[in-house]
Design a protein around this ligand. Structure first.
Ligand code: AMP
Length: 297
């Protein structure tokens, strides 16, 4: 008979209350373990699970949260129809070695009369901030609350939501939150589409059309690799790719400084190419950090 301590057949604890979470984490911390935290909105895929893997590799104890945060959705966005399947999520998290799941209800995170939010400026204003007003206020507020519930040593975010990683890093610096923010690479489908819970909304045709997003980013990269430095020229070519795709509508295609998100006019160094576009009724985002080849001698 095996005496291994594997908990394969045990349930992983699913905590729904903040005070239970804080008490559980205090015990873990007293045991001298480092805590890694992966916040998610569920409908998990390999992108989310790569964050779990990163945490499990670096931390003694990994907590994942599953919470569809209403305050980061704008009016008319997909909060109600956002895919939810907690049982499937918990099964995947267990398989990947998560030690505890935090899955609160909305009124646990936003009790009646709560009226305190994280207000942002600067890095939160362009790109997603412009097209989804209030989005980062909701993101920063929930992330801060989750950090207070879990008090992790490290928290793991995906480059897929690039601007979000900058917003969270800024917030923990500005509000003195003692947590290390780790950013993990974008996980893609074999054909290049960035994994996203929202890909489930795409019908067969729109799924095919959605490939314009990663292809456009690759094309931007190829133009820069071939020596093009003029951003206006690159953007004309990028937009032309979308013009050919039925039911595609660009929110933005941007080439910006990866640290400040300030637009660039000429490519000089490391540049973030970021796209947000609607494919039919599904809004997708994607990005690529481009390193122009150094000038030949
Ligand atoms: P979400 O559930 O969409 O809020 O995402 C939770 C976390 O998973 C965020 O840090 C995302 O950036 C990250 N994530 C989502 N999709 C991917 C992906 N394709 N690759 C890497 N990380 C991802």
């Amino acid at each position: 008979m095996s005496t291994s301590s594997s908990n394969k057949h045990e349930q992983i604890p699913i905590i729904t209350r903040i005070d239970d979470m804080q008490a559980a984490m205090a015990i873990v911390r007293r045991g001298g373990k480092t805590i890694g935290f992966v916040p998610t909105m569920g409908a998990l895929h390999e992108g989310h699970l790569s964050l779990v893997d990163a945490s499990a590799a670096e931390c003694d104890y990994t907590v994942a949260s599953v919470f569809v945060n209403p305050t980061q959705f704008g009016p008319g966005e997909d909060f109600e129809k956002y895919p939810r399947d907690i049982d499937a999520d918990v099964a995947l998290l267990k398989e990947r070695g998560v030690d505890m799941v935090f899955a609160p209800e909305v009124d646990e995170m936003y009790p009646e009369n709560s009226c305190t939010f994280v207000e942002l400026d600067g890095i939160a204003l362009p790109l997603e901030g412009k097209f989804r007003p209030g989005h980062f206020r909701g993101v920063a507020t929930i992330v801060l609350k989750l950090f207070h519930a879990v008090a992790p040593d490290r928290a793991y975010f995906g480059q897929k939501d690039y601007q979000q990683t900058l917003v969270v890093k800024r917030m923990v610096t500005d509000l003195l939150v003692p947590v290390e923010i780790r950013v993990c690479p974008i996980v893609r489908e074999p054909d290049g589409l960035a994994m996203s819970s929202r890909n489930a909304y795409l019908d067969k045709e729109a799924r095919q059309h959605a490939l314009v997003v990663p292809k456009c980013l690759l094309n931007v990269e190829a133009m820069i690799a071939a020596g093009e430095r003029d951003v206006a020229t690159i953007l004309v070519a990028a937009r032309a790719m979308f013009d050919k795709v039925p039911n595609a509508k660009i929110d933005y295609i941007a080439l910006v400084d990866p640290d400040t998100l300030a637009p660039v006019e000429q490519i000089h160094g490391r540049t973030l190419a970021a796209i947000a576009a609607h494919l039919g009724s599904t809004r997708l985002i994607d990005n690529r950090i481009i390193h122009p080849p150094s000038k030949p001698d």
